[in-house]
Design a protein. Structure first.
Lengths: 219, 165
């Protein structure tokens, strides 16, 4: 069994390096000649300079049905084409592809091609950040006209208020914790909600309580 | 000759009040010609191309719709009402694009008939195995040559036979 990586730039390098270290036979196919020259010096993998959508190039790889094909070109149509070529001509069972456009997932699925949903992964990481920014922006619009401030405070690992619940903090009047950003979640806190290190608190307070709030939560 | 036959078919369809809807992907030399002819003989036609300059080369009397967009994106296919199409014809000069839009058309939008241009002769088999009707310019040319050569050969044989008598 061998692992054949087609397309991509730096990701295949580190991927191949890891696989080679684990004792796998790795082939790397790329159109970019300079990249191939570089990798043929630095990687212990078979390097083939050529277009993976060209069957003549694939024929050089002596692909077997139990080989694993990893497709990393930046065009879904190319990854799809190569995936179908290796399925039809070499009966390859395991094809994994980078999915650039999430909406194409259904087509790949219909042909039993596994997909790496990179766009989704990035979205799920930035979504809470986007949401947080929207919430804060909306709050600020409201608060500013009413003499209030919106604060964002990161809870450090050594914070004195970490691992306590909101009630225990006895937050004074005029200060309220309206939201907690935790990982990819946005929590609306209650009295029993425990503040954890790494949380980001979103606080609304009266303008004159601002200094007090910062002092209190930044301990 | 073919056009006449197609025109008759269109008439038949029209007699039952059905207008055949064809999506043509790619407005290059071939796509442009195919789309113009089909619209001329009474098909509902939409042609899609990424490049507005290509679209502008359509003849003035082209009576179909045009969409400037990437047919490998669903949004473009939705705009072209792909789920209502009776046929999709892929004519770009890139086989991976033709293959991709052909299978999106067939498998996602359920278009019953798919015809694709296959630029690289080596790819013919893959398209055919995937249920796509193919047009391969090289194969067509070779077949035409073969036919002409055969005719020429028959002619010579007749001639030689006649000569001997």
């Amino acid at each position: 069994m061998k692992v054949i990586i087609i397309g991509g730039e730096r990701v295949p390098y580190f991927l191949a390096k890891k696989l080679v270290a684990q004792g796998y036979i790795v082939y790397f196919v790329n159109k970019n000649r300079e990249l191939c020259e570089e990798y043929s010096r630095t990687l212990g993998a078979e390097i083939i300079n050529g277009d993976g959508t060209d069957k003549a190039i694939l024929d050089q790889l002596q692909i077997e049905p139990d080989d694993i094909i990893v497709l990393l070109t930046e065009r879904d149509r190319k990854n799809f084409f190569i995936a179908r070529l290796v399925q039809e001509y070499y009966n390859v069972k395991n094809v994994v592809t980078l999915l650039n456009n999430t909406e194409n997932e259904d087509l790949f699925e219909k042909f039993g091609i596994r997909t790496l949903k990179v766009t989704d992964l990035i979205m799920s990481n930035i979504e809470p950040l986007l949401f947080e920014n929207e919430v804060v922006a909306a709050l600020e619009d409201e608060a500013n006209t009413k003499g209030a401030s919106v604060l964002r405070i990161d809870i450090d690992w050594d914070s004195k208020i970490a691992r306590k619940n909101i009630r225990e903090l006895s937050i004074p009047e005029g200060i309220i914790v309206v939201g907690i950003v935790r990982g990819d979640k946005f929590l609306i806190p209650r009295g029993e909600t425990i503040i954890e290190p790494g949380d980001k608190l979103i606080i609304v307070c009266n303008e004159d309580k601002k200094a007090q709030a910062i002092e209190m939560f930044s301990l | 000759m073919l056009t006449k036959k197609v025109t008759e078919e269109v008439k038949n369809l029209r007699s039952i009040n059905y207008k055949f809807y064809v999506i043509v992907v790619g407005c290059g030399k071939i796509g442009l010609e195919v789309a113009s002819r089909l619209s001329h003989i009474g098909f509902n036609v939409t042609i899609i191309d990424k490049n507005p300059d290509s679209i502008s080369r359509l003849p003035e009397d082209y009576g179909g719709f045009v969409i400037v967009g990437d047919a490998t994106e669903r949004e473009t296919m939705e705009r072209a009402k792909a789920s209502k199409a009776d046929m999709l014809i892929a004519t770009t000069e890139d086989d991976t694009t033709n293959y991709f839009v052909s299978l999106v058309g067939a498998k996602i939008y359920g278009i019953p008939s798919i015809i694709s241009l296959v630029n690289n002769r080596e790819n013919v088999q893959l398209f055919e195995r995937s249920g796509i009707n193919i047009i391969s310019p090289i194969n067509l040319a070779v077949e035409s040559f073969e036919r002409s050569i055969l005719e020429g050969l028959e002619h010579s044989i007749d001639y030689m036979a006649g000569d001997r008598k």
